[in-house]
Every structure is written in C-alpha cells, then in structure tokens.
Design a protein around this ligand. Structure first.
Ligand code: GLU
Ligand code: ZN
Length: 313
C-alpha cells in the first residue's frame, strides 16, 4: 500500500503554490490507489498559529481534497523525544553552544541557502542527566561521507550533508523540535512510502535520508515537483504573500482554481474540474518539470511565459 503525506507548515494562509503541492501530492496517492495524510507542521512557536492550521484544513477541503487522516505535529512530541533518546543512546546527540551570529560569520553556505555549520561542538558531551538537562540547541552527528539518493525520476539527490550542511539542529534553542527530525520521525510513524513535495526541498533530501539512517528509519521514494514562482524584488521567489486563497476566492471557485492549477502544471484538464476527475488520467509524465512564473493581476492568475507574454493556461 502506498502511503503519502502532504505536510504544509502552518505559518500563514494557503497560496497557489501550497494548493498546487497539495493537489499533486493527493493525485499521486489517489492515482495509485494509495493513502495520503495531511500533516500540519506546526512546531515553530514563533511562526505557527492554530488559526493557520484551521484555515489550512478548511482551504484544502474547500478545494476538494480529502485525506485519510491528519497528523498535527505538535501533538507528537513524545515520539520526537523518543527519537532524541535513541540518538543520545547511540552517542549521536550533542549540545551546540555556537550562537547564530558565530555560525553566520563563518560565511559558509549550505545547499538550501542557509548557513553551513562546521560541526564545531561535536566533541561536547551531554550533561550527566541527559539531553533534557540542557537548554542548548541539540544537534545530531551525521555519518561522514556521501549518501547516495536517487529521486523517483532518477534525479541525483545525493550529498555529503555532514559536510555541506553540517550536523542538523534537532531540538532548537527555544525548545521546539526541528523540522528535519520531526519530519522523518512522523513519516515513519505513518509508514510513509512516498514523499512528494516541491523542488525547494530537494536540496535537503540527502540530509533527511542521513537522519533516517541514523535513526534506523525506512527510506521512502522521493519525488520533487515544480514550483510556482513570482517576481519579488527583482528575483524569483516562491509564489506567496499577496496571493492568499482569501484573495483568490472572489475570483475563482474551487473547480476553476483546480482547473487553473492542473493546466498550469501541464495537465490536460478542462478549465473547471474537481480533483477526483483528474485521478484517472493522472501521470507524472504529463506534469511540467520546469517551475512556472505566475503573476497576479487584476483578479487573475497569469502564467508568464519566458518571453514575458502573459498566458492563460
Ligand atoms: N513543511 C514543509 C514546507 O511546507 C514541507 C515538509 C515536507 O514536505 O517535507 O515547506
Ligand atoms: Zn556548536
């Protein structure tokens, strides 16, 4: 049985990129007769709000997507802590006393655009009472060397994450569990066999696989899909902010939006369609590989072709 999950962070309202990711993840599961869960990633106390989680549920259901179940990440703390216990038992958990400024001032970049950590504190021991006795951020010591990972399309996701990212923080300074740790533990809890998500997360897949290996967790198949981008300050950024679903709703009903999303990613779909109607014909070979540039203008989502012409999908 194939098991997938859609795992949005509950840091703000859904936008077209979120909805495209949800639709593709859902279609991937349904087209193979598999299960798919909604995992609400609400661990970051600075950025996540319960009302965003509620809005995410509502918005996805408005779009016509239903899930086989829900994981609310903040309720799974005990499992995350058990994973830290396992890392500690294996001697792979250590406190890090480096400040964010120190790490940044080394000026080394990681593949995901963040700062590389040089594993400076690897030699530090946990307090005698164990990791619960320290408020310092905790890191997991990854095995050295290159981890070979292929995506489902044969794309090379390999990397030496211990070197290129540095050991990941698994429990943050504010006490919150960190994304990579929670993500792999919660996938394992669900028995996830397929991780389908945006290409912005491809760069950290090797790190997650390294973490899975350290914890002895199964490795799912990975598939990364196109993103919707917008121009932002002269650069391309993930389509966000201005185009929340609340801004779209006066102009698009659910079927019109699903039709727009399906066509924007290259599927041969009518302009108005329900997600179910796309299941039978869904095939990744019909999904565009290139990211799509989108402009929100006059109450309309426009795809911007590379020659700068606006087109309606
Ligand atoms: N919560 C992450 C995000 O919204 C995605 C996590 C994942 O799919 O692994 O970017
Ligand atoms: Zn450190």
């Amino acid at each position: 049985m194939s098991v997938g999950r859609f795992a949005p962070s509950t840091t703000g309202p859904a936008h077209p990129g979120t909805l495209l990711a949800a639709l593709l993840c859902w279609l991937d599961a349904r087209a193979r007769g598999g299960r798919v869960w909604l995992r609400l990633e609400d661990l970051d106390p600075q950025r996540c709000r319960p009302e965003h989680a509620e809005a995410m549920r509502r918005d996805l259901s408005w779009l016509g997507l239903e899930w086989d179940g829900e994981q609310l990440q903040s309720t799974l703390r005990a499992r995350h802590e058990a994973a830290l216990d396992r890392l500690a038992e294996g001697g792979a958990l250590y406190p890090c006393t480096c400040s964010r400024r120190e790490i940044r001032s080394a000026g080394l970049r990681a593949p995901d655009g963040g700062y590389r950590y040089r594993n400076t504190c690897r030699g530090r021991a946990l307090p005698p009472g164990g990791w619960r006795e320290t408020g310092a951020p905790l890191r997991a010591r990854l095995d050295e060397g290159r981890v070979e990972v292929r995506g489902e399309e044969g794309d090379d996701l390999s990397g030496d994450s211990a070197a290129s990212f540095g050991d990941p923080v698994v429990r943050r300074r504010d006490g919150a569990m960190a994304y990579h740790l929670a993500s792999v533990v919660d996938d394992d809890d669900l028995g996830v066999t397929r991780v389908v998500r945006g290409r912005d997360l491809a760069a950290s897949t090797a790190l997650q696989v390294a973490l899975r290996r350290l914890l002895g967790l199964a490795e799912p198949v990975h598939r990364h899909h196109l993103l919707l981008l917008e121009e932002h300050g002269g650069k391309l950024a993930k389509l966000h902010g201005a185009v929340s679903l609340d801004a779209l709703r006066p102009h698009y009903d659910a079927e019109a939006l699903v039709g727009w999303l399906a066509r924007a990613c290259g599927l041969d779909a009518p302009s108005r369609v329900a997600p179910e109607e796309l299941v039978a014909g869904f095939d990744w070979s019909c999904v565009a590989r290139e990211d799509r540039l989108v402009r929100w203008q006059g109450g309309e989502l426009l795809l911007v072709a590379s020659n700068e012409q606006e087109v309606r999908p």
